[in-house]
Design a protein around this ligand. Structure first.
Ligand SMILES: NC(=O)c1ccc[n+]([C@@H]2O[C@H](COP(=O)([O-])OP(=O)(O)OC[C@H]3O[C@@H](n4cnc5c(N)ncnc54)[C@H](OP(=O)(O)O)[C@@H]3O)[C@@H](O)[C@H]2O)c1
Length: 377
């Protein structure tokens, strides 16, 4: 048994470095990614993490940082005494290009959700550095930025890994692209794309106040610390834009009509007053719930794109759906997406599963990295 273990372990030590990695963001997702890289060391091709940064500082080591310790080193980097070996601490700075050795494939992973980092994506791609991202701010905002990213991939012969941006790695974007590559036109997409909203409308019973469920979701970490970010539908707008563009529709952000759940008094109050103001949601949602209930239907927060007579309509908001509708099923924070196209015309292709959370998002990032390293689609 020992001899076998030695035989299997030997190639790990000799493995050539397949890619150099710069990780920007070591919060919930970035931290989980470092753990995953560490855990899979020797199982997946060798990845050398040469640069790790948060918004305040960065650490670099051309020989490779230890994934299990990089986050702690970074958090202590302001006190340089904690930085060990050849690791160099620098002040904050999002651009890690100088860290790469130039002879190994280089990949920047964006796990920040920060606008100034997303603004660099196209530059990096054009300069021959692949980008893998959990942030929706690259492809889910202006059409001009989306187009710049596509052009930069062609110019730099680089890849943009975006599986984590919608559905946290569920095969949504990949399926849309495969359907189009196979000659299909996409005629409709409808989905529950927000884990927090899926949980809220799955749990809401019309008897207890909606605001109580919002507090429960926030306390469980399903919503952002400010739940208005989820309730406004803006995050889902970005996800629908990413799906729509992958499906071949050149939509601008304002082409998506978003029906926000946040009324003015809640939208304009300070973060400290949000909790006390959540009660304004209760009356309107109870009325909507009762209407749906009378017809045997369920409320769901849906993002929808329809092509009707050659015109594209995209919207985000709460819908009342028949109880047996594909989007009314599912559990907890699951995402569910129905895709209509030439081959799936009468019955849509339905993709469902956990679409949020650090573990699945980090796994989706690493999958994209490995696809790039292995040259797979
Ligand atoms: N959490 C999820 O379940 C999930 C699922 C899918 C996608 N995402 C996306 O993944 C991204 C990260 O989410 P998260 O939940 O991990 O956020 P988070 O816990 O708030 O972590 C964000 C990290 O980014 C760093 N950062 C911010 N601005 C930076 C900059 N300019 N340069 C370098 N680092 C910077 C932060 O550093 P400081 O600590 O110094 O601020 C922090 O380390 C977001 O785009 C989010 O939408 C998250």
């Amino acid at each position: 048994m020992e001899a076998l273990a030695r035989t299997l372990e030997a190639p790990r030590k000799r493995a050539a470095v397949a890619a150099e990695i710069a990780l920007l963001g070591v919060g919930t997702v970035g931290g989980a990614l470092l753990q995953r890289i560490d855990r899979l060391h020797g199982v997946v091709p060798a990845l050398r993490v040469v640069h790790v940064a948060n918004s305040r500082s960065a650490i670099r080591d051309a020989d490779g940082l230890e994934p299990s310790q990089a986050r702690d080193h970074l958090l202590h980097a302001a006190g340089a005494a904690h930085v060990v070996g050849k690791t160099v601490a620098t002040s904050s700075g999002v651009n890690p290009l100088g860290t790469f050795d130039g002879s190994t494939p280089a990949i920047v992973i964006d796990a920040t959700g920060n606008e100034s980092v997303a603004a660099f994506h196209a530059d990096w791609l054009a300069q021959g550095v692949h980008v893998v991202t959990a942030s929706k701010l690259g492809q889910g905002v202006s059409l001009a930025r989306w187009q710049a990213i596509q052009s930069a991939c062609r110019a730099g012969r680089t890849r943009y890994g975006d599986a984590a941006t919608v559905g946290a790695g569920l095969p949504l974007l990949r399926s849309l692209r495969a359907l189009r590559d196979g000659g299909d036109a996409i005629t409709g997409i409808a989905g529950v794309l927000s884990g927090s909203m899926a949980w809220l409308f799955g749990a809401y019973d019309g008897l207890r106040p909606f605001s109580g469920f919002v507090r429960q979701a926030r306390d469980a970490g399903y919503t952002e610390p400010d739940p208005r970010e989820d309730l406004s539908g803006e995050d889902v707008r970005r996800k629908l834009l990413i799906l729509a563009r992958a499906a071949g529709f050149a939509l601008e952000a304002e082409d998506v009509v978003v029906d926000s759940l946040v009324p003015k008094p809640l939208a304009t109050c300070t973060l400290g007053d949000v909790d006390a103001s959540l009660g304004v949601l209760d009356g309107p949602l109870r009325d909507r719930f009762q209407q749906a209930y009378k017809h045997g239907e369920k409320l769901r927060h849906v993002a929808r794109l329809d092509v009707v007579d050659g015109r594209v309509r995209a919207r985000v908001g709460v819908e009342s759906l028949p109880a047996d509708h594909p989007l009314a099923a599912g559990q907890g924070t699951d995402n569910r997406v129905a895709i209509h196209c030439d081959r799936y015309d009468a019955q849509p292709l339905v993709i469902q599963g956990p679409g949020a959370g650090a573990g699945v998002t980090a796994a989706a990032l690493l999958d994209d990295v490995l696809r790039i390293v292995r040259g797979e689609d």
